[in-house]
Design a binder for this molecule. Structure first.
Ligand SMILES: Cc1cn([C@H]2C[C@H](O)[C@@H](COP(=O)(O)OP(=O)(O)OP(=O)(O)O)O2)c(=O)[nH]c1=O
Length: 194
C-alpha cells in the first residue's frame, strides 16, 4: 500500500473516492465542527470558512504527523440561500421542491493546510428539470438524499434530475479535483508523476 501523502479531514466516503480517483494516498481523520452559518454570511464566505475550520481542527490534532491536511465543504445555494443536509424527510422534500425546475449553484471550498495554507473555491451551476411529488417521495425512500447537501446526489439516482451542469462535476460530488490538484502541487505533491 502507498504511504499516506496527506491527511483527509473528512468522514465523507465521496471525498475518499475522489482522492482515490487521482491516486493520492491519505489517512482519514474526520473532525466534527459546528457548521452553523453566521448571520448574513455570504454562501462563498461560509463554505470557505467551514473548509478552513475543518482543516484547522484536524491540523491541531495531527501536528506530529507532518503531513498536509485536506478538508472541504460543499453547499447548495438557491437564490443566495444556503441548503445544507436535510434534517428529516420534510426538510428534504422542501429542498427538492425548491430545486425543481430551477438553476442553483454548488459551492465546494477546499482547504489544504501544511507549512502553507492553500484555499480554493469551485462554483458550479446545476439546472434541474421539474420533479413530481411522487418522484420526490420515491427518491427520499432510496435514502440517497439523507446525507447530501441539497438532498440529492449527482453521482447517484439524483443524476436523472440534472438537465445540465456548468462547472466541476467532482466539485458537486464534494471535492473539486482540478483545484485540489493545484493546491497539492503548491505543497510539492504531484498527481501525475513517475
Ligand atoms: C450536491 C451533492 C452533495 N453531495 C455530498 C458531498 C458531501 O459529502 C455532502 C455535503 O456535506 P459536507 O458538510 O460538505 O461534508 P460531510 O459532512 O459529508 O463530510 P465532512 O465534513 O466530514 O468532510 O453532500 C454529494 O455527494 N453529491 C451531490 O450531488
Amino acid at each position: 500500500m502507498k504511504k499516506a501523502q496527506i491527511i483527509l479531514a473528512s468522514a465523507s466516503p465521496r471525498r475518499r473516492e475522489l482522492l482515490d480517483q487521482i491516486g493520492i494516498a491519505y489517512e482519514v481523520w474526520p473532525v466534527d465542527i459546528d457548521e452553523t452559518p453566521n448571520r448574513n454570511e455570504a454562501p462563498a464566505d461560509y463554505a470557505r470558512r467551514i473548509a478552513a475550520e475543518k482543516s484547522a481542527a484536524c491540523h491541531r490534532l495531527a501536528l506530529h504527523q507532518d503531513l498536509p491536511v485536506l478538508a472541504a465543504d460543499t453547499a447548495v445555494v438557491l437564490n443566495g440561500r444556503i441548503m445544507g443536509k436535510p434534517k428529516d424527510k420534510e426538510d428534504a422534500l422542501a429542498m427538492l421542491r425548491q430545486l425543481s425546475g430551477q438553476t442553483h449553484q454548488v459551492l465546494s471550498a477546499v482547504s489544504l493546510r501544511g507549512r502553507l495554507h492553500g484555499e480554493a473555491l469551485s462554483v458550479t451551476e446545476v439546472t434541474f428539470r421539474s420533479i413530481s411529488e411522487r418522484e420526490m417521495l420515491t427518491y427520499w425512500a432510496t435514502s440517497e438524499p439523507a446525507d447530501k447537501a441539497g438532498s440529492y446526489a449527482i453521482q447517484g439516482l439524483g443524476s436523472v434530475f440534472v438537465q445540465s451542469i456548468a462547472g466541476s462535476f467532482s466539485g458537486v460530488v464534494g471535492l473539486p479535483l482540478f483545484e485540489t490538484a493545484e493546491l497539492l502541487l503548491q505543497q510539492g505533491i504531484q498527481v501525475l508523476h513517475e
